[in-house]
Design a protein around this ligand. Structure first.
Ligand code: NDP
Length: 275
C-alpha cells in the first residue's frame, strides 16, 4: 500500500476537476499526497490494481463501489452508493459525501433555506441516490423522484423508506404536479445533449433549480429553468468542491477551507462557458 496515493476512479474522468481540487487541499494542509484520475470501464479490476490509501468513485461505478466494500458508513448504506473509499485493515470502507456536499453548498454558499421545500429530483443514478437522503435530512418537504427508467425511481423511493414523504413519478406524468420549490437535476442527460423536455409549469418564481453538473453540461437544464421563471439557478461546482473537502477530511482528519479553490474554478468555468 502506498500511503500517500489517492485517486478518482470512473469512466470517463479525463476532464475531472477532482485532481486539481485535491492538490489545492493538500498544499493548504501541508500534506504530501498524489491524486490521479483513473479511467476504468471495469471498476473491480481498477480497484484490485490500485495500491493507494483512498479513492473517490464517480459515474458509472458508485453502486459497484458499495458492493466492493467490506464496511459501509451510515450515509453510504442509506444511499446504496459509495463515492469515497478508505482502505482499512479488513478491506475497503465506503462512505458517501455527495449529499453533505450538496447541502453544504446550498445552505452555506447559496444561502438557501431547504426546510419544507417541495422537491423534484430528476434521476435515480449514483448522484441522485447520494443526495436524496441528505436532502430529506435537511428538512425538505415532499420529495418526488422521476427517472427515465421508472423501476430505478421506484427502487430509490423504496430505499429511502419514507412512503408518506417520497413519491416516485413517471417522466411523462409531470404535468399536473404544479410548481416546485426545489428542482434537482441529477441526470447525466445534458452531458450528451439529450435533456428531456419538461413542462414549464414545474418551475416558477419560488423555484430554486439545481444541476449536479457544471460547465457546458449544466447549461441545458439551467436554461430551461430560467425560461420557466425559476428564481435561483445553481450548478454543481460548489457541490463538487464541498464533497471533495468531506472526502479529504475522511482521509486526513482535516477539513480544508474551500473558498479559494471554489473561486478559482468558478472563474475558470465562467470563462469556458462564455467563450
Ligand atoms: P449515473 O450514470 O449513475 O446515472 C445517470 C442518471 O441520468 C440516471 O438516472 C439515468 O437514467 C439518467 N439519464 C441518463 N441519460 C438520460 C437521458 N437521455 N434522459 C433522461 N435521463 C437520463 O450518473 P450519476 O448519477 O453519478 O451522475 C449524474 C450527473 O450528476 C452527472 O452529470 C454527474 O457528473 C453529476 N454529479 C455531480 C456531482 C458533483 O459533485 N457536482 C456528484 C455526483 C454526480 P436511467 O436510470 O434511465 O439510465
Amino acid at each position: 500500500m502506498t500511503a500517500s496515493r489517492y485517486a478518482l476512479i470512473g469512466h470517463p474522468v479525463a476532464h475531472s476537476l477532482s485532481p486539481r481540487i485535491h492538490a489545492a487541499f493538500a498544499r493548504q494542509a501541508g500534506i504530501d499526497m498524489r491524486y490521479d484520475a483513473i479511467d476504468a470501464e471495469d471498476f473491480d479490476a481498477a480497484l484490485a490494481a490500485f495500491d493507494g490509501a483512498g479513492a473517490n468513485v464517480t459515474l458509472p461505478h458508485k453502486q459497484r463501489a458499495a458492493a466492493a466494500c467490506s464496511t459501509l458508513g451510515d450515509r453510504a448504506r442509506r444511499a446504496g452508493v459509495v463515492n469515497t473509499l478508505v482502505r482499512g485493515d479488513g478491506g475497503w470502507h465506503g462512505d458517501n459525501t455527495d449529499g453533505l456536499g450538496l447541502v453544504r453548498d446550498l445552505t452555506g454558499r447559496q444561502r438557501l433555506d431547504l426546510r419544507k421545500r417541495r422537491t423534484l429530483l430528476l434521476g435515480a443514478g449514483g448522484g441522485a441516490r447520494g443526495v436524496a437522503p441528505a436532502l430529506l435530512d435537511a428538512g425538505i418537504g415532499d420529495l418526488f423522484v422521476v427517472n427515465r427508467t421508472p423501476e430505478r425511481a421506484d427502487a430509490l423511493a423504496d430505499a429511502l423508506g419514507e412512503p408518506m414523504r417520497v413519491h416516485p413519478r413517471y417522466l411523462d406524468d409531470l404535468k399536473g404536479l404544479g410548481e416546485f420549490d426545489l428542482i434537482v437535476n441529477a441526470t447525466s442527460a445534458t452531458r450528451n445533449g439529450s435533456f428531456p423536455g419538461l413542462p414549464m409549469s414545474l418551475a416558477g418564481p419560488r423555484t430554486a433549480a439545481v444541476d449536479l453538473s457544471y460547465g457546458e453540461a449544466a447549461v441545458g437544464f439551467l436554461a430551461w429553468a430560467r425560461a420557466a421563471g425559476a428564481r435561483d439557478m445553481v450548478d454543481g461546482l460548489g457541490m463538487l468542491v464541498e464533497q471533495a473537502a468531506e472526502s479529504f477530511a475522511l482521509w486526513h482528519g482535516v477539513r480544508p477551507d474551500t473558498d479559494a479553490i471554489h473561486a478559482e474554478l468558478r472563474a475558470r468555468e465562467d470563462a469556458l462557458v462564455s467563450a
